[in-house]
Design a protein around this ligand. Structure first.
Ligand code: NAD
Length: 255
């Protein structure tokens, strides 16, 4: 599959950061891209990169249905979904009980329920079309880098990590269930990437050597494009790992 010209694509959480870089790259490659975000800045981003914009929470079923219905009524189908929206907060097993309840709902809504609802909502159109691709943006805490095989994050991120591990359940099941309709489903397990999320998380005093190793969102977007361009016979049910301090290139499929 050399070209993805005119593909109809939804990218969630694309007001800024990785989602914005992915959407921009897909527009530059000739795709018809719709972006969603709960941050109203998504409108400005869409104007800047030449995409269509929707404002809403990916965990809200009404928002999800209205985005998917609107894209289908305008373009007739959806070829690719990139479930990129996500949030991180420090959480752990000794947190205050009230915080625990609030954080569980918030993190799982943004990171897991949003991917589930969007995936469910686009599946019908993809099945009718007998083709499609869903890519869920996960983390290297799920698939650690080759030189830290047993390292699944640094602690204080239990809910974030659990919400991203849950994406494995969706990806592996959907890859099997939807294969007969030529629909691929993959996770992109990204390591430290220079975005607003990581800068906020790391604070002012982050180790400059570590900061220097961060991946560029544009490079991660380039790898996502390569996964798409593998075409209908490409990988499915794969966790694709990209790591800070390593070359940002597409690894061979594991499946
Ligand atoms: N930056 C990294 O180092 C890194 C590492 C591993 C995984 N990731 C993942 O990459 C994805 C993109 O992260 P980023 O670094 O660009 O972060 P970011 O905070 O810069 O961008 C995330 C975007 O998602 C949106 N969003 C969050 N929750 C939402 C919701 N419920 N509904 C609608 N929009 C929502 C935010 O408003 C924001 O615009 C996330 O899933 C994140 O977990 C990032």
């Amino acid at each position: 599959m050399d070209t993805i010209d005119n593909s109809i694509i939804i990218v969630t959480g694309a007001a800024q950061g990785l989602g914005k870089a992915i959407a921009k790259r897909l527009v530059e490659d000739g795709c018809n891209v719709s972006i969603t975000d709960q941050n109203p800045k998504v409108k400005e981003t869409a104007e800047l990169i030449g995409a269509d914009a929707f404002i809403g929470n990916v965990g809200d079923p009404n928002h999800v249905k209205s985005v998917v219905d609107s894209v289908i009524s305008t373009h007739g189908k959806i070829d690719i979904l990139v479930n990129n929206a996500g949030e991180v907060f420090p959480t752990g097993p000794t947190d205050d009980w009230e915080k625990t309840i609030e954080m569980f709902d918030r993190i799982f809504t943004s990171n897991t329920k949003g991917a589930y609802l969007f995936g469910r909502a686009v599946a019908t159109s993809m099945i009718l079309n007998n083709s499609g691709h869903i890519i869920n943006v996960s983390t290297d805490h799920v698939k650690p880098s080759p030189n830290s095989a047993r390292h699944h994050g640094h602690g204080n991120m239990d809910l974030y990590n659990a919400s991203k591990w849950a994406l494995n359940g969706l990806t592996f099941d959907w890859a099997k269930s939807l294969a007969k309709y030529n629909i691929r489903v993959n996770n992109l397990c990204v390591g430290a990437t220079d975005t607003e999320m990581l800068r906020k998380w790391s604070g002012q005093n982050a180790d400059p050597e570590w900061v220097k190793s961060w991946m560029r969102p544009e490079d991660v977007a380039g790898v996502l494009l390569e996964i798409i361009k593998e075409g209908p016979t490409g990988r499915t049910g794969d966790n694709v790992g990209l790591y800070a301090g390593f070359d940002c290139v597409l690894p061979p499929a594991e499946t």
